[in-house]
Write a protein that binds this ligand. Sequence first.
Ligand code: SF4
Length: 369
Amino acid sequence: MSEKIIKLHDLRAPALAVPAAPVAPAGLLTDALSRPLHDLRISVTDRCNFRCVYCMPKEVFGKDYPYLPHGDLLSFEEITRVARIFIAHGVEKIRLTGGEPLLRKNLEHLVAMLRALPTPSGRPLDLTLTTNGSLLARKARALKEAGLDRVTVSLDALDDAVFKRMNDVDFAVADVLAGIEAAHAAGLGPVKVNMVVKRGTNDDQIVPMARHFKGSPTILRFIEYMDVGASNGWNMDEVVPSGEVVRRIGAELPLVPVGANYKGETAARWRYLDGGGEVGVISSVTGAFCKDCSRMRLSTEGKLYTCLFATRGHDLRTLLRAGHDDLAIGGAIANLWRGRTDRYSETRTADTAGLPQGARKVEMSYIGG
Ligand code: SF4
């Protein structure tokens, strides 16, 4: 069967409009639902060395898939400029994502450039990264020295065969665990581990994963399988609701709910009754958290997305390369955020029939989770 090559780059993104009279940033921006702009997620590559079935299924992202040419990617200087503009508008947390961000060469240079950016509040920027852990053992120390605060590692199973069923590449769990250890040793904590749970594929790993990380400084979170993008064949029957995850763990390792660390935290936290640490559940399907969503996403080649489930982006790169100044670009970003009304997870229906005809959700591998 010849591979179906679908170019998933967002070709429909109109350039952002520069306002006639841009105003100076005031360090606080709220959207149409009064949600502040606080987090920026930056995808630094559309490539990955895994083929996770819920994100980059091999059938779509095959060996001939047309990834973005390097010239299309935002340079580190452009990314840092965009970050500086967002920070002036109130962003205090930046998460580097991908694809797999550690595949981007010399990423620690970008980390150091972002680390050097002051914030209006004077508080240090909260600089984090999400990775599949495959290169972490090699990179952890350099990232920490460059100024990275924390890492989140995706790990969907402890059993190698199940892990392979989820990420569809021959990569050993032990190497990811070594990456997690290296992150702890480098001081990139608290290290969080995210497990996407897909019924019938890896849900038998829920309790073994909980047992493994219980009593360790690693915070394990379980993510409900989501209908991100348009290529993972999502089906509600394959979603294990977070309530069921908590019940399964609690049957052996009793848990009690604890409050959020901060407003807008996506994970609901549970603590082991015996003091053995905590786990989290991220319930985009059965417990939407759109009401406090403060995240904007920047794609690898400079498009802005106001939601993980957006059907179109907004081209920022054209403005960056057309010579507009920071005030003008900041004004364009401010207008985009002020007009934001996204709350996809609250409006999702079982068959996501809510999407207008011909609309296609952006791929998670393109804008980061
Ligand atoms: S669905 Fe969209 S609006 Fe809701 S929490 Fe996710 S990214 Fe935010």
